[in-house]
Write a protein that binds this ligand. Sequence first.
Ligand code: BGC
Length: 347
Amino acid sequence: MGEWVRASFGFTAGGEEVSAWTIRAGEYSARVLSYGGVLQSFSVPAPEGERDIVLGFDTLAEYEAQDKYIGALVGRVANRIGGASFTLGGVRYPLAANSGPNCLHGGRRGFDRAVWRGEARGELLVLSRRSPDGEEGFPGTLEAEVSYSLSPAGELTIRYFAKSDRDTLCNLTNHSYFNLAGHGAGSLAGQSIRVNARAITPIDQTGVPTGELMPVEGTPFDLTRGRPFLEGLAESHPQLALGSGYDHNFVLHTAPAGPLAPAAEVRGAGLVLTCETTQPGLQLYTANFLAGERGKGGACYGPRSAFCLEAQCWPDAIHHPGFPSPVLRAGEEYRHITLYRAVREEK
Ligand code: BGC
């Protein structure tokens, strides 16, 4: 196991200092920022040497200017809350409508825009923050702690912990955009995805689940046996049209948390990336709304040039009693683990 090494990454526009933490483990390395808990790079051994497989930016100003959650930790509630409000314990909580009529990824200033406290504890980089009662409209003071670790076997593990002093909602994830051919490759050509899900939660015109479950069999959402991204995306299906590509929650299981289990696997460009999680859902997002952002080393990030595997509770679960509950009761512990393992593809 390697060690996390801190360096300054400059100051936010508001004058807060941001740290960059780097770790090397065998042939792998990763870099995490205290700003948004961003995974800035994940370099893996590839035939040509090191290959950085996550999208990102070189400077803090670019992270502050972006609105695509590239690399960031997302909270207090990742994904959409329909109608930008919810009722809990008989009280209605209005939220920011920052994605059409819905609240997306925690509101206007979600966890992705916060400077987290950072501390290296052995192989763990522990990021923590206190989200005050009422922040972005959510009830309760939430203490959140997210740790990153990297093993020489290529496992980047993210552990999520949270606790609130009042009943609240909590759904934390990481919004990294991957491209196995390298962050700047520009396309998902030659990469295939498998997802261990027999159903998705279909969406309406605003991207929010309708509340139904749609079996994937016979649709481009059947990724149970693995399929090239571009083949699935080229199919015609009303759900693909609504999401402008894959932008859907795949149903892993129906309990709020389960044992760490394989959720998805992406193969291509000589690598295999596996995602394992305790979460009940996986939002597969094919970066449909990237718009030519200028990334690391001048790379251009266009639509569908990457994929996100956002392990999380099902979107808008607070409005659907049949969905796993996103409610975190006062004093209860929220605990989840998601890991991404990148290894060379055996031929
Ligand atoms: C959502 C997309 C959204 C993107 C923001 C994803 O998690 O599902 O609809 O555009 O985040 O970059």
